[in-house]
Design a binder for this molecule. Structure first.
Ligand code: PLP
Length: 383
């Protein structure tokens, strides 16, 4: 949890940082957060000079959002650069495809985001060697020799295993490999990968960072200027840029990040504690539960444990009845929004989880209402 008022400089708490992140200097008669700048091109008389020339290269609305995300991922550090993208996948692809080339080796998690197997196939088609290992027990350590880049996703999605970012990063750096951490599930208020040694923090801003289920967004924060120049070049080549409206909505939403994250994490723990008492539930996972297999490492490197819990109901039919019986929880994919969602993960194919496996994203509803709805749906879905 965030530090007390006495152990940090004033104005440096997570809530304060979130509400003020990326705001420009105040100007009389101007709004605090300037509105979106819609421009394909900017006036550019004479010789070409920046910052704003053409809308695929840069945009003032991105500038403010990128400053905000940088302040959250790496507070107090002027040496990091942030780039925003059209989606989390655009950000992930930008790092992977700008940093590695034919003949290089990349280490991915076996249990990461469901599009990673497609990324793997594409990397292999370009002559990149791809190795995989599970997130749990830092198993990626065993396949690092000779790799150019290590890709970490912790907590993993949807299995909620956690690996030791600092330990893996030290081992990767000792072998000359770069390290990228997918920080989507934790958000920068849950963990700050750059402070744990990583070279890149990468995330989907579609999830809890923006939190309202109305925007797709991605970002990359990095501390190596040369590596980030390659990421920027990739964004320009591919053109996977955020729209100004999405960037502005994201920035506005970040103001409530600490409120949302604290509420959703607290309710997630409450719900996990209730569910662990239920006989029909197995395989309950939440990194914030003190006896969860992820908890020890999570407590070392995370400041909040996320809003996602997972568990398994006995059968596919039971899981489907449970989801239908919920009234306050939408049957929908994705996670991190203010409205709770849940889904039977196996419906997508892909993830190697049981038929009755549920990924549950805890929203900002009143905790007692949400718990009551879940308990009622469990009762009603029993045979
Ligand atoms: C959703 C997600 C992504 C992809 O983000 P999009 O914004 O949907 O492209 C990447 N990693 C994780 C962990 C995710 O949950």
């Amino acid at each position: 949890m965030s530090g007390s008022a006495t152990d940090r400089p004033s104005g440096d708490g997570d809530g304060t940082r979130a509400v003020r992140a990326g705001l420009p200097e105040t100007v009389k008669n101007e709004p605090t957060l300037p509105g979106p700048v819609f421009a394909a091109h900017f006036h550019l008389p004479g010789d070409v000079s920046g910052p704003y020339t053409y809308g695929r290269d840069d945009n003032p609305t991105w500038t403010l959002l990128e400053r905000a995300i940088g302040e959250l991922e790496a507070p107090g550090r002027a040496d990091v650069e942030t780039l925003t993208f059209a989606s989390g996948m655009a950000a992930i692809s930008a790092v992977l495809f700008s940093q590695v080339s034919a003949g290089d080796a990349v280490v991915l998690p076996t249990d990461g985001y469901q599009v990673l197997p497609m990324v793997r196939a594409q990397l292999e088609a370009y002559g990149v060697e791809v190795r995989t290992a599970p997130t749990a027990n830092d198993a990626q350590l065993d396949v690092l020799d000779g790799a150019k880049l290590l890709w970490i996703e912790t907590p993993s999605n949807p299995g909620l295993d956690v690996c030791d970012i600092r330990r893996l990063t030290e081992a990767a750096h000792a072998r000359g490999a770069l390290v990228a951490v997918d920080n989507t599930l934790a958000t920068p208020l849950g963990q700050r990968p750059l402070e744990l040694g990583a070279d890149f923090a990468v995330a989907s801003g579609t999830k809890q960072l923006t939190g309202h289920g109305d925007v797709l967004l991605g970002y990359v924060v990095g501390r190596d200027a040369e590596a980030m120049a390659a990421v920027r070049r990739w964004r320009k080549i591919v053109g996977a840029i955020p729209g100004p409206m999405e960037a502005w909505l994201a920035h506005r939403s970040i103001a409530t990040l600490q409120l949302r994250v604290d509420r959703q994490c607290a309710t997630a723990l409450t719900l996990a504690e209730v569910l662990r008492e239920r006989p029909e539930i197995s395989g309950l996972r939440y990194p914030g539960l003190p006896d969860d297999p992820s908890h020890k490492v999570a407590a070392q490197q995370m400041r909040r444990f996320g809003c996602v819990i997972s568990f398994t109901l006995p059968t596919r039919a039971r899981a489907e009845r449970f989801l239908r019986a919920l009234r306050l929880v939408d049957d929908a994919t994705s996670f991190g929004g203010v409205r709770s969602t849940a889904e039977r993960r196996r419906r997508w194919g892909g993830d190697p989880v049981p038929e009755g496996f549920i990924r549950f994203s805890v929203g900002a509803e009143d905790p007692e209402d949400l718990v009551a709805d879940v308990l009622r749906a469990l009762e009603e879905s029993a045979e």
